[in-house]
Design a binder for this molecule. Structure first.
Ligand SMILES: Cc1ncc(COP(=O)(O)O)c(C=O)c1O
Length: 368
């Protein structure tokens, strides 16, 4: 079979600028976390209009750090939507707490407010709304519930870097927001992530936790370590990768927006096939669709060398989180019906036309 040509996502790394910045790191002979890490955090703080940014080794670790910085521990419960990347729930388990699965909305795939209210009890310490594909329009409702019930909100904004709701960046609404820079995101540092917050004491906790419990700045052998901590440093080498890509962030945003607009304009939506909407300001990292014949459509596209991606299995069907679909009826209804269309930054109009042509051909001619 010929090599797959059209992909869900691909890194888009400006080579010469990255090499130029990498050379600076090498010249300083300081590949560890350092001044470029600080600069990367500062740029993100400015972009997202948030006070504090703490980098870490991945989005998963960012969520873990966020929970630990809030003091979440064994015996606590944290509410997680049933349809998300397992990282969200895995980070909760890593913190010692128990993830409690709740249903999602069938129209926007976001955590369902009614379902989550039912699961709040005295052990509940936090909610993690997940901004699927860059969508997060119910965040204000979640904040309201959290405030009323006196629990924390940790936004899983792994897929929502630079996405806005009412002119405010997702990830900056809750007590903390967590982002991922894995290779399928709008910018990538190979692996990596950041936690953001406007709360100084949370920021201090995060900084200590990612560095062995050390109260910075580093002085050498007599540093003070006043809590348990870890090593989740984000190196200068990773930071320069990110910095080079941040220089073209506006272009990246407009490319992703135009991909979605192209799909919206050119794909015929039917009873059996529909695109999920984005509200104004939300940034579609990937275009997600509902298809009653998802698996067949996916295989058909693959034969045309067009590679989308199936959504994850609902968490309640995965071994570590196994439970019945009781209270999770939307998740059940959507199982095996969700997929992402190719959304790579490198797609051009010709690619997008080809994708639309084959999807329409499949949906209208064969199954309409
Ligand atoms: C919704 C969601 N949460 C968390 C993560 C974890 O991020 P990372 O892969 O950087 O650990 C991802 C994915 O990459 C994700 O898509």
């Amino acid at each position: 079979m010929k090599k797959i040509k059209i992909l869900l996502s691909e890194p888009s790394i400006p080579e010469s600028r990255t090499i130029q910045l990498t050379k600076k790191v090498l010249k300083n002979n300081f590949p560890n976390e350092g001044n470029f890490t600080k600069l990367f955090e500062k740029k993100i703080s400015k972009l997202l209009k948030v006070k504090y940014v703490v980098s870490a080794t991945s989005g998963t670790v960012s969520i873990f750090l966020a929970l630990k910085a809030l003091g979440i521990k064994k015996g606590d419960e944290v509410i997680v939507p049933n349809i998300t990347f397992p990282a969200t729930a895995n980070a909760v388990v890593l913190s010692g707490a128990k993830p409690v699965l709740v249903d999602i909305n069938k129209d926007d795939l976001l955590i369902n407010e009614k379902s989550l209210i039912k699961k709040i009890n005295r052990r509940t310490k936090a909610i993690i709304p997940v901004h699927i594909s860059g969508r997060g329009s119910n965040i204000k409702k979640i904040l309201k519930i959290a405030k009323l019930k006196k629990i924390f909100v940790v936004e899983d904004a792994a897929e929502a870097f630079m996405s806005k709701v009412n002119k405010k960046y997702l990830g900056t609404f809750g007590d903390l927001g967590c982002f991922s820079f894995a290779p399928n995101k709008i910018i990538t540092t190979g692996q990596g992530g950041v936690v953001v917050t406007n709360n100084k004491s949370i920021y201090k906790n995060l900084s200590k936790l990612k560095d062995q419990g050390r109260v910075g700045p580093t002085t050498g052998g007599e540093d003070i370590y006043n809590s348990v901590g870890y090593n989740f440093k984000f190196t200068n080498l990773q930071a320069v990768l990110g910095l080079a890509q941040l220089e073209t962030i506006n272009k990246r945003i407009s490319i992703l927006k135009s991909h979605y607009a192209f799909y919206k304009k050119n794909l015929a939506q039917t009873r059996n096939f529909k695109l999920f909407e984005f509200t104004k300001g939300e940034l579609p990292l990937w275009t997600d669709v509902y298809s009653t014949k998802r698996n067949k459509l996916f295989e058909y596209l693959k034969k045309q060398r067009i590679l989308g991606r199936y959504f994850w299995f609902p968490l309640n069907t995965c071994k570590p989180y196994k439970k019945s679909f009781s209270g999770l009826k939307n998740s059940k209804m959507l199982t095996k019906k969700l997929m992402w269309l190719p959304s790579s930054l490198k797609l051009n109009k010709k690619d997008l036309s080809r994708i639309c042509f084959y999807i329409n051909k499949y949906n209208l001619n064969k199954n309409g």
